[in-house]
Write a protein of this length. Sequence first.
Length: 556
Amino acid sequence: MKVKGIFEIKISQIEVIQGLLPRLHTHTIEEKVEEYKEAMSEGEQFPPIVVWDKGNGIYWLIDGMHRLLALKRLGKDTIKAEVVELADELEARILAIEKNMLHGIPLSREEKKELARLLYADGVEIEKLKRLFRVSERTIYNWVEGIRRRAKDEELKRQALELRRQGLSQQEVAERLGVSQRVISNWERESLAQPAIFAGSSNENNSQLTLINPNGTPTQEGLRLLSEYIEENEEKLREKPFSDVIEEPALGEVFRFLYETVKKDLKKFVDEPYEYEKVKNLLMSIYPYRELSIRSRRIFFDKVQSLWEKLRKEREEEKKLEREVLEKAKAMLANPGYVFHTWRTVREDLARIGGMDSTFVYMNKEKIEAILRQHSDELMEIYRTFPEATPDAISEEELKEIKEKVKNTTDRWGRKTQIREEVERLLKEKKLRPVNATIEELAKRVEELIRQEEWEELEQKAKEIEETTPEEEWEALKRDKEEFEKRAQEEQKKPKTKDKQEKPLPPPGIEEWYRKELKGLLLKMGLALTWPRAFEIAEEVLREVKEESKNMVRGW
């Protein structure tokens, strides 16, 4: 590394390269940026950031992400920076980690582990990693053990297959390499089934090369051969997709890895206001694309531009859907009459009452629910503007007022509906959400008040009947009751017969006869069941008879 000096450079000339900084996805901590911004606005001085001079007035950021963002938010055009010259991206990544370990927001243990594995795969020695991350040698060995073991296994496997091709038996190879014969047998079986073995090179030394590692990543040979293949078939690739041009299965596996990787990387930038040219320049310098030649990288990324445009279009559609869902959901949740249950019911309600097309909502139900859950905090804040009603939201006096409004309604079911409507109206006036369970509980309390009043009225009527009925009539009723009970007991003792006896027709003066019969029956019920209960049963029977007679008698 060579330090060129400290200069005031334009912020617009500084580029943040994905994967170059210690946090692999340029992760920032919002609170720290705001803290720096406030301190800078009050005149506090910060150390210069560190940038790598890439030439042509372009600088890559090495250290100082939070300081850079803070100055951007303050509207500044320039920043003080220490400008350095570096050999390559590996040296840049190591310098960025060294700076972070000195003063930056500490890396988590998982971040250190991942960085150590990346650097070890790039050839950085254990001793240097130990000093860089300030951990023990044992810790570094634990972190990179998987990579070391795979590398050792791959080398042993390569030697074993080579010795077998030279004519040695499995037992001889096993003894020479210090492994079991069974392991040699497994390696041979894997090599025969391995799809990513390249056998199409004109070079005899390349006749059998492993292009894909066991973990699914391409080998150095695989990336090199793909790079050569892309250069050789540049003209074909201008006209046809890669999948139509690459006929060799092994190279196809390498390309598929490269394609899936670039697809993931491009998705990280779709929300950024970058042109494709800038995204391409950012990606070309990181693994695995940097393993290709400059020319093959250019050909590859020229072809990938169509994928970028497709991803941007898909993202625009996602944003459009997100805006529509949030707009409709906010309007629905802001309505005091709406009651939240689950995000699934919210999604269903967007089609039912929210104004969205029901078929569209059903076809995109997973996406819509994901949007609702992603913005749940924001949506629930709107919903809580009107709190949900509780059973104590309406006072006893207000319940009595509702009772007075509805008590004269003769239709029992109609009265229940009217009570619910009055309760819901009153809750909305109080700017409370009318939760069904609360409405039911409050409606029951109103019905209890009505029944209590009716009971008191029935008791009063019974008292009046007792006071106005002559003693002789009471005695006659008591005798009738005793006679009725006696006959009932005798009837129960008689054997039952299937023949039904026809009831005699009522004598002349039928209306008076029915009136007397009903009055006598009611008086008997009062004596047997208590007066309030007798009147209650009579009213219930009267309502039922009215309902049934509507379908039986014309013009009721």
